[in-house]
Design a protein around this ligand. Structure first.
Ligand SMILES: Nc1nc2c(c(=O)[nH]1)N[C@H]1C(S)=C(S)[C@@H](COP(=O)(O)O)O[C@H]1N2
Ligand SMILES: [Mo]
Length: 439
């Protein structure tokens, strides 16, 4: 364990002592950091919030990876070597499971940004601590900090770029975000193991309730600490500790309000300023968010005209159905969300044919999986594989209409997949064929 007593020097002592005598100037001078608010208690307050919330962001992120179906090689990145997770069939119930998962992952991830920045601000003098280490163990500890800070900033940046521009930049962000997550997990676990006792002690050193009652006039620095957070030469405070906490909480609340509407909907929807696809919704049955238009996917009117047929494969022969035949089959209606990995979602009333009826028609009533192909030929959306439970669920549909009207071209006319709790991306639009597989 790294020692925190200021004067302890480990092996090789000469090195650390020599370094200590050659302190650079600028931010490396302790006097450069004078905020009277910095101290172990304030740092630990931010730390406590992150300790509780960051695991939620991390776990929902990993769950989202599993929801994408890594068993079919369709999670991104596909090849993860040692970072292989224990896969399981993603459930179809409750139907809002993926919506909740992604809402939490993206929403909480965004809401925590002000807290992360405040936590980094509160410990920034330590970045310039001199000597940089006093023992080999401390070198390791500081390297783990570098990885922690680096990976969390990396995850924030790649995550935010992802939800803003996802399908413009392609998919390399997913790989970076996934690997970054594992660096973060390792560094976070190390950091918590090293710092938890210090955090608990610091939190006990002051009462939150008392701090919330302390105005600026009575705000004084925390007592000198062994960590070098409390300044030796503090300035007069310009904000109270409760003011600082309020500022960060207010920042998080603002981000929350600007974000929540993308998935919660209702009165918050128009406020979802941060979401490129989240805000507009007209009055028509098809006037909800579009991820990718028919034009962008190069779907032409002749592709989807009267000559269009659905191909069902996997049985002895290929079964072909045109849209009139599909409409003549028993129709079912389900209220289901499309929940995108980017965090936005929208719940609509879909009507169409049950996937399990199509499986039976194809001659594979108990498929192990189903492989769906779109008229869209290229790219990540051209195909998707569904698990057995996703095909057999009675609410899983090949939707032909939405909210009582035919699907619009942008929402996947002539037919699209809609399955409870399925990640939005696998609700393939402009379906061309479904192959029901026995294994
Ligand atoms: N063929 C095809 N299917 C697709 C897509 C696409 O671009 N092409 N986008 C997917 C994604 S990422 C989402 S979130 C949903 C969005 O459906 P919507 O555009 O009808 O709202 O469709 C999915 N199905
Ligand atoms: Mo999506």
């Amino acid at each position: 364990m790294a020692r925190t007593e200021p004067d302890h020097v480990g092996f090789p002592a000469r090195l650390w002592q020599t370094l200590e005598r050659h302190r650079p100037g600028g931010p490396f001078r302790p006097r450069s950091w004078r905020s009277p608010l910095r101290g172990p208690w304030l740092t630990s307050m931010f730390g406590l919030v992150l300790l509780i919330a960051l695991p939620v962001v991390t776990i929902t992120g990993l769950l989202s990876y599993i929801a994408y179906g890594p068993q079919f090689g369709q999670a991104i990145p596909g090849e993860v070597g040692l970072l292989h997770l224990p896969y399981f069939d993603w459930p179809t119930s409750p139907s809002w499971l993926y919506r909740l998962n992604q809402g939490l992952h993206v929403g909480l991830g965004l809401v925590l940004i002000p807290v992360v920045l405040a936590k980094l601000w509160s410990v920034v003098p330590k970045l310039f601590a001199w000597p940089p280490a006093r023992s080999a163990a401390q070198v390791l500890e500081r390297l783990s900090l570098l990885l922690l800070v680096g990976s969390i900033l990396f995850e924030i940046v790649t995550g935010v770029l992802n939800i803003q521009y996802d399908y413009i930049f392609g998919f390399s962000f997913y790989t970076a975000h996934y690997i970054g997550a594992w660096v973060f997990i390792a560094a976070f676990v190390t950091h918590v193991a090293l710092k938890l006792p210090h955090m608990v002690r610091a939190l006990r050193s002051r009462s939150l309730r008392a701090e919330l009652r302390t105005p600026l006039a009575r705000t004084t620095p925390e007592p000198a600490d062994p960590y070098g957070l409390v300044p030796t030469d503090p300035t007069k405070p310009t904000i109270s500790r409760r003011g600082a906490l309020g500022l960060v909480a207010g920042g998080s609340l603002l981000v929350g309000v600007l974000t929540a509407g993308q998935t919660v909907g209702g009165v918050l929807r128009p406020l979802a300023l941060l979401l490129p696809r989240g805000r507009t919704r007209g009055d028509g049955p098809n006037d909800f968010q579009v991820n990718r238009t028919a034009a962008a996917a190069r779907i032409t009117a002749s592709d989807t005209g009267p000559d269009w047929t659905l191909e069902l494969r996997g049985g002895r022969t290929t079964v072909r159905l045109d849209r009139r035949q599909l409409v003549a089959m028993p129709q079912h209606t389900a209220t289901l969300p499309i929940a995108c990995v980017e965090g936005w979602s929208t719940t609509e009333n879909w009507t169409g044919v049950r996937l399990r009826d199509l499986a039976r028609l194809a001659g594979v009533p108990q498929p192990a999986s189903a492989h769906v192909r779109s008229l869209e030929r290229r790219g990540a959306f051209a195909k998707a594989t569904l698990q057995s439970n996703q095909v057999l669920n009675p609410y899983s549909l090949l939707a032909l209409s939405v909210n009582g009207a035919d699907l619009s071209p942008d929402h996947g006319y002539p037919a699209r997949i809609i399955v409870p709790a399925l990640p939005g991306v696998h609700n393939t639009k402009w379906v061309h064929s479904i192959e029901f597989r026995k294994d």
